[in-house]
Write a protein that binds this ligand. Structure first.
Ligand SMILES: [Zn+2]
Length: 500
């Protein structure tokens, strides 16, 4: 009997050790840096090392226009349970002591660019200034490689030594100095930006679920105007996707510098730039950015909750890039969304479609650049930046009309997209690896295989001939003297086209 209890005790012990393997604990404290009058973050991480001797940690390198991100980490040290070795410029490994069941390391996170001005090229680098910090989670949280193989694990983040007037927000919560959560596919905490500082926190609700908005800086309109726009956008989009059970949402917004009216180095972004991530989006904007541009950004970035988020498009560099789908369909659907939720009139909707999508694309000498070239140079050659947005929006518009015509306006592009959501969300399947999901589902709506059309217009990048667009009784098309299709709404058809 005694023997049995010892075995039971040993089993319980093993079980609890196994439970501990599912935990990560980060302590973050803000310290003055000796150089440049700036701050640094001291991070201590407790984790359970891999069963083998060494636990690798990989540093991030590139994120959108920001590069050399590995340089924001320094003084990576072992504190307990083993020692740290550097494998190469971006890989470190914790080598555990024999018998150690816990590893503790510490590291510093610093800003990897000089100065106080945030530009397009530094927007996704850690920003660590006197007044605030703004850090993509991969640049704040080193994650031991073994944790990537776990379906879920518990995470605790504690903030200490933060100035009393600082507010903290991230895609877990808002206004708290602790985040305690289970990392799952649904709670993708690492695909987010974490902020703290002199932010103004606004709270609201959509369908009974919390929405938090953290912003700083001076704008040419009130915080309440922005908050109202945010809540309205969330409401319309969740309604549209029939996806309302989203427990929490974080939006953050900071001013950035856009000299030359929106052209910074190689990047062309206009007066605002945004990024939709897990249960959150971030916006950077010039302080003089007009409300119209921000409305576009809010709608576009939030649309990525579904297109690119829950409908995982895929990011395998070895497969053909689908930016035309991720960005172009998002662009078209968010334009429709602004129309549907009353941010723009019928006339403004048609004007934007005709001018900023069709005219901009059909009169652009680079518009027929093949998809592979656009993907390759997207972040490096500004002349290619707008192409996937416009090309994909035109393909989305083409299919929206084709589906409407085929179904006598009973079905639309949105119905197809909702099917795609159901086929991919939570399944681990992405569109790039499973492109058949896209074409076969679309075929059900069109009554024909879209393969050769997509090959011609998405992959080779050829513009769609104006006469190919269907009217679905909704639109009249004329071709301008320079060959650009121009659409107008047929009398009395606006409501039908607005409806999904
Ligand atoms: Zn986008």
């Amino acid at each position: 009997m005694r023997y049995f209890s010892l075995v039971l005790f040993a089993l319980l012990f093993l079980f609890s050790a196994n439970l501990q393997a599912q935990e990560l604990k980060y302590d973050i404290s803000l310290e003055p840096a000796k150089t440049g009058g700036k701050l640094k973050l001291e991070v201590k991480l407790e984790f359970t090392p891999w069963k083998g001797d060494t636990t690798p940690f990989r540093l991030p390198t590139v994120f959108t226009w920001s590069s050399n991100l590995q340089r924001c980490f320094r003084f990576i040290k072992a504190v307990e349970g083993g020692r740290i070795v550097q494998k190469d410029s971006i890989t470190w490994a914790f080598v555990k002591k024999s018998g150690a069941t816990k590893g503790v390391i510490s590291y510093q996170v610093i800003q990897n660019f000089p100065g106080e001005q945030v530009t397009v090229e530094t927007s996704f680098s850690p920003i660590i200034l006197e007044d605030y910090i703004h850090i993509p989670a991969p640049c704040l949280f080193l994650v031991p490689a073994n944790y990537y193989s776990y379906d879920n694990f518990d995470v605790t983040v504690n903030w200490t030594n933060i100035p009393p007037n600082w507010k903290i927000q991230n895609n877990i919560n808002s206004g708290q100095t602790q985040q305690k959560f289970t990392s799952t596919k649904e709670v993708d905490w690492i695909r987010s930006v974490w902020v703290a500082g002199d932010f103004r926190l606004l709270k609201g609700e959509v369908f009974g679920k919390e929405v938090a908005f953290a912003l700083r800086g001076k704008w040419v309109f009130s915080d309440e105007t922005l908050m109202k726009m945010l809540l309205k956008t969330i409401e319309t989009q969740r309604e549209e996707w029939q996806d309302k059970d989203i427990p929490y949402y974080s939006a953050t917004m900071i001013p950035f510098v856009s000299p030359n009216r929106g052209r910074v180095g190689n990047a062309r972004t206009g007066l605002g730039l945004g990024y939709g991530q897990s249960n959150s989006f971030v916006i950077f904007a010039d302080p003089l950015c007009p409300l119209k541009d921000l409305t576009n950004l809010f709608n576009h970035e939030m649309m990525h909750d579904w297109i690119g988020g829950k409908i995982n498009i895929g990011q395998n560099p070895k497969l053909p890039g689908l930016r035309w789908l991720a960005e172009g369909f998002t662009e078209y659907m968010s334009l429709r969304n602004r129309w549907k939720n009353g941010f723009i009139s019928d006339a403004a909707f048609m004007e934007e479609l005709n001018e900023e999508v069709f005219n901009a694309h059909y009169s652009d000498p680079n518009s027929e650049t093949p998809n592979a070239t656009v993907e390759k140079y997207f972040f490096r050659k500004p002349e290619y930046e707008g192409i996937p947005y416009r090309r994909g929006a035109i393909i989305a518009f083409y299919y929206d009309l084709a589906i409407r015509e085929k179904s006598n306006n009973e079905k639309t592009l949105l119905h197809f997209m909702r099917d795609l959501l159901e086929l991919t969300n939570g399944t681990g399947r992405d569109i790039q690896e499973n492109f058949g999901l896209f074409t076969e589902t679309l075929e059900e709506y069109l009554g024909e295989d879209p393969g050769s059309f997509l090959e011609k217009h998405a992959t080779k990048g050829l513009r769609i001939a104006p006469e190919q667009f269907k009217s679905a009784e909704l639109l009249t098309m004329k071709v301008t003297a320079v060959g650009v299709p121009k659409f107008s709404l047929n009398a009395g058809k606006a409501e039908l086209f607005k409806k999904d």
